[in-house]
Design a protein. Sequence first.
Length: 432
Amino acid sequence: MNKKIFTLLSMFVVLSMVLAACGGSGQAEEVTTLRVWIQWGDNPQQIQTLFDKYTAETGIKVEVTAPLEVDKIIPALTGSEPPDVLVLSGGDLVKSYYKEGLVDDLTGAITTGNIDLNDFFEAPLDQCRSGDKILCLPWGTDMYALFWNKDMFEAAGLDPETPPATMEELAEFADKLTKVAADGTVEQIGFLPDMGWDHSDLYINMYGGFWYNEDGTQLTANSQPVVDALLWQQQFYTNYGVDNVMAFSSGWADTYMSADYPFYTGKLAMYVDGEWMTGPNFISAFKPEASYGVAPFPPPASNPERANTAVVQGTVAVIPSGAVNKDASAKLLAWMMSPAIVAEEFCFNANLPTSKKAAEDPCFTSNPKFKVFTDLIASPNAKIIVTTPISLEFNDAWGLVIEQVLHAGMDPKPILDELQADFEVKLAEALK
């Protein structure tokens, strides 16, 4: 036999033996362990216990890392050993991750896992769509509504069972619920639009706009709905003196997880918050005797058709492009999205389920205050946050706008014009 042919044949035999040792025919080695990294998670052991059920069903061990710090996300996606499934707190940057080749289009995974897309509420799923691609799947979500203190309403001569019907009426109620001393010191306030954090996404939608057009190809940061939303918010500071309101509300953000939160102590009559507040870990834990109501945030009087508008934000799951065994990742993802698992996890956390079947669980239907949110997620006016490749940088700049307009009382129009001029160029470059 020709020596060269013999050498090649020998190499082939050795290579065949190596492939056989790895599972044969180029197939991946049998999966025994999968890793799930989750950005949120106040109770990591509870999450691990949930995924232990997958191990019991399949024999495949699942290792959960939670909570994952923000600065660990990019290393997780770009490293040589990414997790098999990555769960993010929001979908803001998923399109950017996909553009950079860091996460997969999930179309194949949806087929492999036999995932029923019709079981998802439309709005949460829409945040994961990019053209005909689905880049993530929503795994629980959040929405926001108006909370009001019934005792404070009654003390102010307002019907405690009737929330404001319009944004204009909300401002009128807030004025009746605000107490200011002779020296200008605020002693009680009716409403703070950015209590906890900025809710401009909700207010701008109420006025019929957003920071971007629907497909995220144009910036609309200085459009009239954005101006109107900022002016509407600004009045709750300027009407009583910006410095007076800022002094009164100083430090409130640090009390969110305590009985000293101003909504509990009678200092704040109305504010915007999420569904989790109606669950076991917040109002019922810190102020169980509280008499409060929850209702969809009201629309402007000129646009009653925008009633039940709410903005969807919340958890999404992706498969990193570097995941070793995509079929195994897809099957685990399908298990995570099953109605029973969605119901169990988000009942525990008092968050909204993204599965229609899961939403039928008594855990979500028996509490009328929580049901306000499950009705909102099914509303045709449920909106997503439009995201673009510049979202992260724009969001930082928007925070400065809020400081200038709400907390310093400045005219929003020139500030927004400057923002528009700066970022429309950045968006155009990012979309090239």
